[in-house]
Design a protein around this ligand. Structure first.
Ligand code: PEP
Ligand code: MG
Length: 574
């Protein structure tokens, strides 16, 4: 088919390439009684051999494109496929119950998975359960003669089409070949969208029907600037978008000239433009885009990209690398923010009705203090190598902050007593829960700084899931209600001589930036790829004018739209 899909613009730029569908095939089957046991066991062995061949290829590609560590998981899968106990059990089931290989495989692997998953305090076994589940899927695909998507085997330019992409799927995409992506679900601040911006891959999310409208190999255009995606475009449309892509690249080249400049407004006021990162590998992007600090290191990505809990030493190395790489510029590391749309295969969380409102972030850290203390020790050790700050995610109450801070103080003291060198560390919190913003004045007495996490603050203020495209109209960063919470937070911190940053996506939003300048936000932390365009915008604006604009937005405007209009009128007159 041809046509245009409309989604949410998630990452700037234009991609033109063939579609690669990352959609799981139907793996359902019927239980059957069989008569020829040998033939059925042969079918099982054929499927095992094909799965091994495929995995060997994937492993080699992953090692080449993503690194030895990422390839390790496939080695674990290969070991499972050669496990005599597992295979023996499936063969026995086929023989004794005279059932088809699919059913025998399912029954045996379900048993193993249940057994491993029951060992809730053994992360290693939990991880094995996840591996067996993955391997079974592959084996089943070969038994049924259907193909699984294998993104690691992509070796030509593609646009990924998926229902959703988890952050770990996104991390495994090879940037040389993946030119863009489009998903059915998700919003501008879902983590797949955030990752696409970090990786500079043009993306459209929340299109609702990409996977049902696009066929494997269809030619596609993804416009990450508008949220449009064209299926099988005409030659004229391709030409038009090639031009649009060239214009965008030219604009980027203009911004790049500001790379080594400080960020100052027209009237000479300096603002810190920082970057958000997920792994030490993102550091190059920060430097290339002239980042003045790292305002948010989402440390949970270290946990998510590993196959088991990272040790204190592994974490220390990662934090040290970032702190040293920033050469004396501040790095704010957020302690583990697992839960919501970020999970760990080896630390399964209980099924919840509302994971974004449940057991997540600091709530896990305060419960699993063993994990929290390990992370804090790694951070304290890394603080000796540069300028490190720490913040806690999802703080709702003064008591939570005090508890987290007390654990931090305890680890710090122990380290000092043991003679380990630790640096000066500011300890702050993310402001992402409305209840906390309402008592910003109280919290400001205990923190060194606030960092406003608007991605969550907006979803909680408007009671609208950030990953649900059906309610994405409620992602209203400029609504006066939200601006008031932001103003209250900034003012409360300043009254106590502290500072406030913002690390939600709003900090790099070109409509929001003028207002935030007017509200006196001290630090703006965003996807590295948004830094230079924001620096360019700030240069044109004077803080006095922006103060007046912010005042109007907060007192006169009634809606998100009113504020957009106010900003456009003010900024276009500059
Ligand atoms: C936020 O909530 O705004 C934030 C920066 O954290 P995350 O997007 O990782 O939830
Ligand atoms: Mg958050």
């Amino acid at each position: 088919m041809t046509g245009t899909l409309k989604g949410i613009a998630a990452s700037d730029g234009i991609a033109i390439a063939k579609a690669y569908l990352m959609v799981d095939p139907d793996l359902s089957f019927e239980k059957k009684t069989i008569t020829d046991v040998d033939a059925e066991i042969n079918r099982l062995h054929d499927a095992l051999e094909q799965s091994k061949k495929e995995l060997t290829l994937i492993k080699a590609k992953a090692a080449e494109n993503l690194g030895a560590e990422e390839a390790e998981v496939f080695e674990a899968h290969l070991t499972i496929l050669s496990d005599p106990e597992l295979i023996g059990n499936i063969e026995d089931k086929i023989k004794n119950d005279t059932i088809n290989a699919e059913e025998a495989t399912k029954e045996v692997t379900d048993n193993f998975i249940a057994m491993f998953e029951a060992m809730t305090d053994n992360a290693y076994m939990q991880e094995r359960a996840a591996d067996i589940r993955d391997v079974t899927k592959r084996l089943m695909s070969h038994l049924l003669g259907v193909e699984l998507p294998n993104p690691a085997l992509i070796d030509s330019e593609v646009i990924i089409v998926a229902h959703d992409l988890t952050p770990s799927d996104t991390a495994q995409l090879d940037r040389r070949y993946v030119k863009g992506f489009i998903t059915d679900i998700g919003g501008r601040t879902s983590h797949s969208a955030i990752m696409s911006r970090t990786l500079e891959i043009p993306a459209v999310v929340g299109s609702e029907k990409a996977t049902t409208s696009v066929k494997q190999g269809d030619m596609m255009i993804v416009d990450g600037l508008t949220g449009d995606a064209l299926i099988n475009p005409s030659d004229d449309e391709i030409k038009e978008y090639e031009q649009k892509s060239a214009d965008f690249k030219a604009q980027k080249a203009e911004w790049e000239k500001l790379k080594n400049e400080r960020t100052v407004s027209k009237d000479g006021v300096h603002f810190d433009l920082a970057a958000n990162i997920g792994t030490p590998d993102d550091l190059q992007g920060v430097l290339d885009n002239g980042g003045e600090a790292v305002g948010l290191f989402r440390s949970e990505f270290l946990y998510m990209n590993a196959s088991e809990l990272p040790s204190e030493d592994q974490q220390f190395e990662a934090y040290k690398k970032v702190v040293e790489g920033m050469n004396g510029k501040q790095v704010v590391v957020r302690t583990m923010d697992i839960g919501g749309d970020k999970d760990l295969p080896y630390l399964p969380l209980p099924e919840e009705m509302n994971p974004f409102l449940g057991y997540r972030a600091i709530r896990i850290s305060l419960d699993r203090t063993d994990l929290f203390r390990t992370q804090l020790r790694a951070l304290l050790r890394a603080s000796a190598y540069g300028k490190l700050a720490i913040m806690f995610p999802m703080i709702a109450t003064v008591a939570e902050f005090k508890k987290a801070r007390a654990i931090y103080d305890d680890e710090r003291q122990k380290m000092i007593d043991a003679g380990t060198k630790v640096g000066e560390i500011q300890v702050g919190m993310m402001m992402e829960i409305p209840a906390a913003a309402m008592i910003a004045d109280k919290l400001a007495k205990y923190v060194d700084f606030f960092s406003i996490g608007t991605n969550d603050l907006i979803q909680y203020s408007f009671a609208a899931d950030r990953g649900n495209e059906k309610v994405s109209y409620l992602y209203q960063p400029y609504n006066p209600s939200l601006l008031r919470l932001i103003k209250q937070t900034i003012d409360a911190s300043h009254a106590e001589g502290k500072w406030t940053g913002m690390c939600g996506e709003m900090a790099g939003d070109q409509i929001a930036v003028p207002i935030l300048m007017g509200l006196g936000l001290d630090e703006f932390s965003m996807s590295a790829t948004s830094i230079l365009k924001t620096r360019s915008l700030m240069k044109k604006l004077s803080t006095d004018d922006m103060k007046k604009l912010a005042e109007k937005a907060i007192t006169e405007a009634e809606t998100n739209k009113d504020v957009i209009k106010l900003v456009e009128e003010t900024v276009n007159n500059k």
